[in-house]
Design a binder for this molecule. Structure first.
Ligand code: DLZ
Length: 172
């Protein structure tokens, strides 16, 4: 008999898949690793939650709090400048995570800025030899942003930390 997937069962399935990916991370991968985080303070209630999920997960996997360097920038557009300068000025960093929250308004600004930031961070990933992990949530409204920042859809900051740890445990 064909199984009908409800919203709840899809969410549970996604959680299980997430967990399977995360279970492959070595518990000590973060030891002696140096991570930079650039946090945009626009929609700061959201980016604080993303930051908190990210930071907690890095520490859980062995990253020493002293080895997490955080800077704040005014808006998500400045994440590109922040990441570029943090990497240039701190050559010992192993990875950088950029955290921002863009919420759709009445104008096309949302589209321009989201595209520009994604492209800017992509360019930095080509330019530099360490991973720059993209944790910029782009949401249609504040509730949707909350849902993804520690609400019913998980925490994208936590996911960004998992992505970073996975990248760090891989040899290239
Ligand atoms: C101007 C602006 C607007 C309208 N919306 C957001 C947003 O939803 N999220 C965000 O992180 N930043 C926003 N900004 C600010 C821009 O990112 C940037 O700081 C300014 O354009 C100055 O360069």
């Amino acid at each position: 008999m064909q199984k009908i997937l409800t919203n709840t069962s899809i969410k549970l399935l996604m959680k299980k898949i997430d967990l399977q990916i995360h279970l492959n991370i070595n518990k000590k991968v973060g030891l002696n690793k140096k991570i930079g985080i650039i946090q945009s303070i626009w929609n700061t209630d959201i980016t604080n939650r993303l930051y908190s999920g990210c930071h907690k997960t890095l520490v859980k996997y062995g990253v020493n709090e002293k080895n997490i360097k955080t800077i704040k920038v005014p808006g998500s557009f400045e994440l590109i400048f922040g990441a570029k300068n943090m990497i240039s000025n701190n050559p010992k960093l192993d990875a950088v995570i950029v955290i921002g929250s863009i919420i759709k308004g009445e104008t096309p600004h949302f589209n321009f800025i989201s595209q520009a930031i994604a492209n800017g961070i992509k360019d930095l990933n080509i330019l530099f030899n360490i991973p720059i992990v993209f944790c910029v949530s782009t949401d249609l409204n504040h509730q949707q942003a909350l849902d993804r920042a520690g609400g019913r859809m998980g925490n994208k900051g936590t996911d960004a930390a998992y992505t970073t740890l996975q990248l760090l445990q891989t040899s290239y």
